[in-house]
Design a binder for this molecule. Structure first.
Ligand code: TYD
Length: 432
């Protein structure tokens, strides 16, 4: 087991785990608008992130004393309805939390936020399962203050503990609780602010934070996800939406495609798809897809997964099995054999199949309802492709998630995301 420098680490929420600025500032603006109060300059608004809300409203935004309660109420409502959904987990945070847990470190959260809201944010972003203690203020009671919040998030016994935070309030809180403070200058506070407050360490980014908290630890393996479907199934749109969402949840995402994804494979792609190469036989085509895949796996997919990233690949070996094996009738097993050395041990951890009938797919592509003679030939080809996919799904139930793609974009995206999250972090409780 690794010997990490701290056996208890307490995190601040806003500006430390989450890029919270956009979510908080937009909620403040909505509250000020609702109360018809003047909206401050951007720079002033940003200072609101970090200190307890009431203090910011009173001292920074100069909201009159008799309207403070109303302003706080309005802010909280806007935050719960819209603001928190604009949060974004900083990159590498998830892997840091995972590494700390695996290293047996006590992990806590101490935030000046209301603890119900803090719990909601942590649940929505699927982080709660990493934490031994989540401590926030309780609106109905006297304010605890940061040192007491930190004390409550600590375990009974520890060898050496640290608070990780981005503002001078976190440093002061750590000192009050008698533990070290690691200041992070990527949040809302500057390096100067943290230095003046007396932080024991200051790190500029989450990679340095990981090196400080988990020295020598191996980065957890990432995740390899492929998306499949007939041409016209809406893969590109769904890949984009999934990528955006996973980034917001703090995953380090690499999006790529086949054929292609790196220089050599893109060169092979242009040979395969070029209309100059009409005489290309099906076997050559199948071998070129496999060659392009071998380079892609070697150069991009494997290194990215080993670095802990989530690789989203638009088509992978199943496309070859379905299109060349089924569509071109080279045989599913033959294609699997050709591809074995290219894929090696890098089969996707999960494959999303966007299920759409081949007739609907053709109609979508042609934007017409009755296919002509040539298109009918197409129809048979795509029917074979669809059948091959269906066989693959039947034979690989564990790896595949089939999503009905003959619906509106948002419903499909919701199902795709739910399936992916369940697989990517099964221990997390994801709440809407
Ligand atoms: P592309 O323009 O990327 O289409 P799409 O957006 O639908 O993925 O072209 C890829 C085409 O190549 C697509 O028709 C499927 C086909 N293909 C194969 O036949 N075999 C394969 O192994 C791969 C990866 C793609």
């Amino acid at each position: 087991m690794n010997q990490f420098p701290y056996d208890a680490v307490i995190f601040d929420l806003d500006g430390t785990l989450f890029d919270a600025e956009d979510g908080i500032v937009s909620s403040v603006v909505s509250a000020m608008e609702e109360l018809e109060l003047p909206i401050p300059e951007d720079a002033d608004l940003r200072l609101v992130v970090g200190p307890p809300l009431l203090d910011s409203f009173r001292n920074l935004l100069r909201i009159p004393e008799d309207r403070l309660d109303e302003a706080v109420e309005s802010y909280k409502r806007h935050f719960a309805q819209e603001g928190m959904y604009r949060y974004q987990i900083y990159p590498h945070i998830r892997s840091i939390l995972q590494m700390l847990r695996e290293g047996g470190v006590h992990v806590g959260l101490a935030t000046s936020k209301d603890r119900n809201i803090a719990n909601r944010v942590m649940d929505y972003f699927g982080l709660s399962h990493y934490f031994d203690a989540i401590v926030g203020e309780n609106v109905d009671h006297v304010k605890l203050g940061k040192p007491e919040l930190i004390r409550r998030a600590l375990p009974e016994k520890y060898r050496c503990a640290a608070m990780v935070g981005d503002r001078c309030f976190d440093v002061a809180g750590a000192k009050g609780a008698g533990i070290e403070c690691v200041g992070v200058s990527y949040g809302c506070g500057s390096e100067e602010e943290l230095q003046d407050a007396g932080a024991d360490h200051i790190v500029p980014d989450t990679e340095s934070l990981r090196a400080l908290l988990c020295p020598g630890a191996e980065i957890p393996r990432g995740f390899f996800l492929s998306m499949e479907g007939l041409d016209g199934s809406g893969k590109t749109t769904q890949m984009e939406l999934l990528e955006k969402k996973l980034r917001q949840l703090g995953y380090s995402v690499v999006r790529t495609r086949e054929p292609g994804g790196c220089d050599i494979s893109e060169d092979i792609r242009s040979i395969i798809l070029s209309t100059d190469n009409m005489e290309m036989c099906s076997t050559t085509e199948a071998l070129l897809y496999a060659a392009s895949r071998a380079q892609h796996v070697h150069q991009l997919i494997r290194p990215a997964v080993e670095e802990g990233r989530v690789v989203l690949c638009d088509r992978f070996v199943d496309s070859s099995v379905a299109y060349q094996g089924g569509g071109r009738q080279l045989g599913l097993e033959t294609i699997q054999q050709i591809n074995a050395p290219a894929v090696a041990d890098m089969m996707p951890d999960m494959t999303i199949y966007l299920a759409i009938d081949h007739r609907t797919a053709i109609r979508r592509r042609l934007n017409a309802s009755t296919p002509d003679r040539l298109e009918l030939e197409d129809l048979e080809f795509f029917e074979r492709v669809q059948k091959a996919y269906e066989r693959l799904i039947k034979e690989n139930r564990k790896r595949f998630a089939s999503v009905d793609a003959e619906r509106d974009i948002d419903s499909i995206a919701k199902d795709v995301l739910a399936a992916v999250l369940e697989k990517i972090e099964p221990e997390a409780k994801w709440e809407e």
